[in-house]
Design a protein around this ligand. Structure first.
Ligand SMILES: C[S@@+](CC[C@H](N)C(=O)[O-])C[C@H]1O[C@@H](n2cnc3c(N)ncnc32)[C@H](O)[C@@H]1O
Length: 264
């Protein structure tokens, strides 16, 4: 089973839509999770991803000219990263996620800022506002897409002319079976982008991800008692369960993480 399917199965089993929501809300309200994020990612943005400070800085570099432009953040989770992108770049940011309470809370947080908007929506049945975007970003959310080809075509139709797509995406690629293609071309995303005649630049963040997984188990264990005292044992358990699944891939060294930057 590939990593996308394994993680998808795990997330849907552990979380499902409602539990994703619960997990996001609990994490947002947990001071221990803030501490965990600072230790694991280098900054607290209530992350549910494999995006450390180095990758975040690269994302901001790619968005350097986003002032007065628009960003669509698909699968925005708690929306704190979306807000951060707005504050740093000056862009108008729309975040979409299917977790209703997380979206409602994100909207309450940003009620006085018309330039940060959150919408509830299912990425596999995407209804977008009647506007186009300069950037579409997805941070560790492509794993939940059922049909990549249809989805990418949908994103293209929502982009302004010269619009850009930025994806952080990890996949399991067996180097021995790769068809003489470079690794980013071998992922499901890479193949679909190529088929759609979309060229992309890529950056390899596999080592960053390995370090994040190592730190996830290290700091989840270190903070275990604090999670329990807060009544957030589920956050601890969720993070530890993820690391157990990933451990197999880390051992086989077939886990590869890339940032894909598509300029249309
Ligand atoms: C791994 S988390 C990443 C969250 C956020 N992008 C981040 O970097 O912290 C995946 C997110 O995708 C959302 N999600 C999963 N399936 C979805 C779907 N079908 N439609 C909309 N959102 C979905 C989850 O609610 C969750 O917030």
């Amino acid at each position: 089973m590939n990593i996308k399917k394994t993680l998808l199965k795990l997330y849907l089993k552990l979380f499902g839509k409602r539990s994703f929501d619960k997990g996001l809300i609990n994490s947002m309200e947990s001071s221990t999770y803030s501490e965990f994020c600072k230790k694991v990612y280098g900054t607290d943005l209530c992350q549910f991803n494999m995006l450390d400070t180095e990758q975040l800085e690269k994302l901001l570099e790619l968005l350097h000219s986003a002032e007065n432009k628009s960003i669509l953040d698909l699968g925005c989770g708690a929306g704190i990263i979306s807000e951060h992108l707005h504050h740093v770049t000056g862009a108008k940011v729309t975040g979409i996620d299917f977790a209703p309470m997380a979206i409602s809370l994100a909207n309450k947080r940003t009620v006085n800022n018309d330039n940060v908007i959150f919408l509830e929506g299912d990425l596999n049945n995407l209804t977008l506002p009647n506007e186009k975007y300069d950037y579409i970003i997805m941070i560790d959310t492509l794993y939940f897409i059922a049909d990549f080809h249809t989805f990418i075509q949908r994103l293209l139709s929502a982009l302004n002319q010269d619009g850009q797509m930025i994806f952080f995406y990890t996949s399991r690629i067996d180097k021995n079976n790769a068809n003489n293609l470079t690794l980013p071309d071998e992922s499901t995303l890479g193949k679909v982008l190529k088929k759609a005649d979309l060229t992309f630049k890529h950056w390899n963040y596999t080592e960053n991800e390995i370090s994040i997984w190592n730190n996830t188990s290290k700091y989840a264990e270190e903070l275990k008692d604090n999670f329990i005292k807060e009544g957030n044992k589920d956050i601890y358990k969720g993070r530890i369960n993820e690391t157990k699944i990933i451990a197999r891939s880390l051992k086989k060294k077939d886990l590869h993480r890339f940032l894909y930057h598509v300029q249309t």
